[in-house]
Ligand binder design. Structure first.
Ligand code: ADP
Ligand code: ZN
Ligand code: ZN
Length: 726
């Protein structure tokens, strides 16, 4: 009897063998329902075989072949095998984690078909040149249907008044409904909005001339028109009938981007995959991608695993963004997986950023990637903002704000322009302190401090979620004079309200945008000029165009310059360049003021000069001297458990096992994690570095086997390959 080897969502690296009846047809990549323990679970057929290492009486039969959706393509399975191998994560868990939830549960996927529309025979005879111009929306619908049928959803993207106009066309008999949405074989409609600048054109041409795989780094300053480059590259691929994958960071921007690309490619079906979708929607879009009908797949991290039979191009926007790295389970970097995928598929990939990750920059320097540069803003009037540092070394601050910053804000209020105050700390103050004994509000479960949230008078842990009322007196000595130390968004907001009573101040952080739709409403308010001063965290830094914003003030960035995390200053520069890019996007020049005690630090010098390259060179020299990435390759073994001694004992054994392998890697000591205790679990780690990826992975293969043999009953441990956080 034939046997299938099935990937299951269990923490074992093997596949599981099952019998299939001779009369049942089953293919690789198909979902199957199989018995596992006392349950029935969904798995994916990875291999077909004639015999099994298991005795035949121990083999159980497949319960059901779930054939309501097509099998996963072999190419996707190969990609997942690569990920499992590279990230040392069990194959079954890797495969199942990549699937939408609906495809992981033992039910038929059952997805409602949307009505589609096509030109009727009569409609095809219409001369659109003669069609009344004032019925513009009807004309657009008719034009869009020239190339084939479209779904209601696609048509509605054309204009908000599509429903009434569509009804008029149906009533007139020019358009008719049809059962299945068969998209046009290629997307034809393309809205040109700009003539490309010479630099944009050159970037487009360079990528377009590429045959096969090649990785490009599109390094373009904020406002240089990277999106326009993506759009033109997409257009070329769509015209050939290909599919495009566009990966974006996780910042709630996907719906706006979706609208934007719809407006540029009205007849190309677009599937956007992000965390806001329910399970049904996600499965539906995934299947549209798999069928080849969705031409553009736009999504966050996980969409790198979307099946794309016609994939012709991958774009990764803001490639430096840390949200491309998954921090638990399969700890993959969607950017790196995307590069592997492009290579596997033999298509170009473009990584775009104003502040590339040092890894990508280094790869472009050494020729592994090809650099494409956009060094000017695309719109003629748009100037780069002037960046200045306010030396606060010996200046008294009011709630963290310097007099010069207040003056600059006042000037903007007078000119009726918007300002943005950027501070990367939400809450009122990072900690509460007793002025008598020095007691600090620590979290009972973590090594971190409780953040003071004054609005609801609570202390909150941003790591484990613990919260409590603000105490009336010091728990240590009974003193009632407890003072907030440091500043957060709420404190700045309060100070600015007191200082500028007439100003409309809007705080934008995770607390104020928690409710669904809150951020959208705020963005509209900002756009419509309903706010004078924005106080916010990095939510405000990315991808928004606020035309009346002319001042960006940065409050206390200095901590990152001397952080234990060697990537902290790289991230800070990226963040500041992003947030600075918000100032003066339209015809009004922008100004950026950074409060710092270290205005001569190379980071600020480069920021003032808008010279990312100078900064990257400085960092590369530092990293090379210190022996850090991108000059070495790292793996971090993390462990956590209730007992600190057990955590350390496990890591010590792991370390001894690593040393005993005597392979050419550098093995560091066992150290406590940056957050040594979180949610009542002690956390520690062990770092191993290799001079090449190959040497590190040779070591890892041997080590992983040994690790799995170590006693670790009361612990959780994991390997993080190419870790970003320590
Ligand atoms: P980036 O993503 O590089 O920050 P965007 O793609 O958002 O930049 O473009 C910035 C602005 O420049 C947008 O308003 C866009 O419409 C405009 N723009 C892009 N390309 C051109 C062009 N070739 N000519 C004029 N304006 C352009
Ligand atoms: Zn005290
Ligand atoms: Zn905590």
């Amino acid at each position: 009897m034939p046997i299938v080897r099935v990937a299951l969502d269990v923490p074992l690296s093997t596949l599981f063998d099952y019998l299939v009846g001779a009369e049942v047809s089953v293919e690789i990549g198909q979902r199957v329902l199989v018995p596992f323990g006392r349950k029935q679970v969904v798995g994916i057929v990875m291999e077909l075989a004639e015999n099994s290492a298991l005795a035949s009486e121990r083999l159980k039969p497949v319960v059901q072949v779930l054939d309501d959706v097509p099998p996963l393509p072999a190419e996707l399975l190969a990609l997942l095998c690569f990920c499992s191998d590279y990230y040392h994560h069990p194959l079954g868990m890797t495969v199942l984690a990549a699937l939408p939830t609906r495809l992981r549960v033992p039910e038929a996927v059952a997805i409602k078909q949307e009505t589609s529309y096509a030109l009727s025979a009569q409609g095809r005879t219409l001369d659109l040149e003669q069609f009344p111009k004032r019925r513009a929306v009807q004309l657009r619908i008719l034009q869009a249907l020239q190339y084939g049928s479209l779904s209601g959803m696609q048509l509605r993207a054309l204009s908000s008044s599509v429903p009434v106009n569509l009804k008029a066309l149906l009533d007139a008999g020019w358009v008719e409904t049809c059962a299945t949405a068969e998209a046009a074989p290629a997307a034809h409609l393309f809205n040109e909005t700009h003539i490309l600048t010479a630099a944009q054109q050159q970037a487009v041409d360079t990528v377009a001339q590429t045959q096969g795989y090649r990785c490009f780094l599109l390094h373009g300053i904020t406002g240089s028109g990277k999106t326009e480059v993506y759009v033109h590259l997409m257009h070329q691929v769509l015209q050939r009938g290909g599919q495009v994958l566009l990966l974006v960071p996780e910042i709630n921007l996907t719906p706006q981007l979706e609208n934007y690309f719809h407006s540029r490619f009205p007849d190309a079906e677009l599937a956007s995959l992000h965390s806001g979708l329910n399970d049904g929607e996600r499965a539906k879009k995934w299947l549209r991608a798999q069928s080849g009908r969705a031409r553009i797949v736009l999504g966050t991290r996980l969409s790198v695993f979307a099946p794309l039979p016609q994939l012709g191009l991958i774009l990764v926007d803001e490639e430096h963004d840390a949200s491309f790295k998954q921090q638990d389970g399969l700890r993959y970097s969607a950017r790196d997986v995307a590069i592997f995928r492009a290579n596997q598929r033999g298509v170009p990939i473009v990584l775009g950023s104003a502040t590339p990750s040092l890894e990508s920059y280094y790869n472009a320097q050494n020729g592994r990637y090809q650099m494409l540069k956009l060094s000017q803003r695309a719109a003629e009037q748009a100037q780069l903002p002037q960046v200045r540092c306010l030396n606060i070394g010996n200046i008294p601050l009011q709630e963290g704000i310097s007099p010069a910053m207040l003056t600059a804000l006042e000037e903007r209020l007078r000119r009726k322009e918007q300002s943005l105050i950027f501070i990367n700390r939400r809450g009122y103050a990072p900690v509460l302190m007793c002025t008598a004994c020095g007691w600090l509000s620590g979290c009972p479960n973590c090594a971190g401090k409780l953040v003071l949230h004054l609005q609801d008078r609570r202390l909150r842990c941003h790591h484990c979620g613990h919260q409590e009322r603000v105490p009336h007196a010091c728990p240590g000595c009974g003193n009632t004079d407890l003072q907030p130390v440091g500043i957060g968004t709420q404190r700045v907001e309060e100070a600015l309200r007191a200082h500028f009573p007439g100003a409309r101040i809007l705080r934008v952080d995770r607390d104020s945008t928690r409710n669904k739709g809150a951020w959208n409403a705020m963005r509209k308010q900002i756009h419509d000029g309903g706010a004078d001063i924005l106080v916010g965290t990095q939510i405000l830094a990315k991808g928004h165009d606020f035309p009346n914003l002319t001042l960006v003030g940065v409050l206390n960035p200095d901590g990152a310059l001397y952080s234990a995390d060697f990537r902290a200053s790289e991230k800070l520069f990226a963040q500041l360049a992003q947030v600075a890019g918000r100032a003066g996007r339209a015809d009004k020049p922008g100004e950026v003021l950074v409060q710092t005690a270290f205005p001569d630090h190379p980071l600020f010098r480069a920021l003032r000069a808008h010279d990312y390259d100078a900064w990257a060179r400085t960092l590369l020299v530092e990293r090379e001297q210190a022996g850090f990435p991108p000059f070495v390759f790292q793996v971090l073994l993390r462990a956590e458990g209730k007992q600190e001694s057990e955590v350390h004992a496990f890591l010590k054994r792991a370390r001894e096992a690593a040393i005993a392998l005597s392979l050419p890697v550098e093995i560091y000591g066992v150290v406590a994690a940056a957050m040594a205790k979180r949610a009542n679990h002690s956390r520690a780690q062990l770092l191993v570095q290799g001079a090449t990826r190959k040497s590190l992975h040779q070591f890892l293969r041997a080590w992983d086997t040994l690790l799995n043999g170590l006693p670790a009953q009361k612990l959780r441990w994991s390997l993080d390959i190419d870790p970003l956080e320590f």
